[in-house]
Design a protein around this ligand. Sequence first.
Ligand code: AMP
Ligand code: ZN
Ligand code: FE
Ligand code: FE
Length: 299
Amino acid sequence: MPSRRIDLHSHSRYSDGSDSPAELIAEASAAGVDVVALTDHDTLAGIDEATGAIRGTGMTLVPGIELSAQVIDPLPGAVPRSVHVLGLLVDGHDAELVAEMARIRDHRADRLRLMVEKLAVDFDISWDEVRGGMAAGATPGRPHIAQVLIAKGYFPDTDAAFATALRADGLYHVPHYAPRLLRALEIITNAGGVAILAHPATGARSGALDHSAPLLELIAAYSLYVDAGLAGLEIDHRENTEDGKAVLRSVASELGLIVTGSSDYHGDRKGNRLGENTTSEEHYEAILSRATGAAPISL
Ligand code: AMP
Ligand code: ZN
Ligand code: FE
Ligand code: FE
């Protein structure tokens, strides 16, 4: 069989992407993608629509999530860092996972409303406008605020809004609840999913670990995550630095981890294009043989 184009990370309107699940499947097909994972932030709400859209396309849908998590270094005054974990092929009926996703989404909604209140001091923006631009049931995120600020001419695009008004260390930012990374890994693994650390080496933006640390230290730190259920690393992602990718490859080979590549497509909200990074058949097979929560869907 010729090798397929496998893209294991994308977002629809059910989180902060701009496409409906059906539009996303159509885009994936046009991009020559054969296997696509829908991994909205903290929700599986788009999977049914994506399943309907996959019918007759010859493509395969991998149901998944991108679970919000955080790392807090054991140092006085440490500021929590936001990290993301892909949970591929999780069981959508797992009670713990369902409850945790709901908890995160509730806190995200409160947090976004608070951010809008802070922004409203300096910008013409209201919570009703932000909420009005979100699809019913969508996981609230800063890109929903960015959309309103862009529409009103404050910023040319999402990146510009994130570089100033929406930055995590900025004046208007409010953090939201997320489980600690070790807990997030356990929840996904207990739900039969395959836990892949998303974009682990984006440099300044986030990341569980400092990839400029000595390799042996990093391997020791990653092995604690492996004990909690970590199965793989998303290495081929446009936001990982080249230095970071090289380090991650050493870690993955040392610990026998799955390596994925993916686009992290968000429709027109980000430049990431479906299929721009892909996962090998070999590593995809490793994901399938590990998952017990759900099966890939091809109809
Ligand atoms: P939030 O989930 O509210 O913390 O917002 C972060 C989300 O915004 C991430 O999932 C990113 O994919 C998305 N995003 C879009 N553009 C950017 C950007 N320029 N910088 C950081 N995050 C961005
Ligand atoms: Zn996102
Ligand atoms: Fe992410
Ligand atoms: Fe993502």
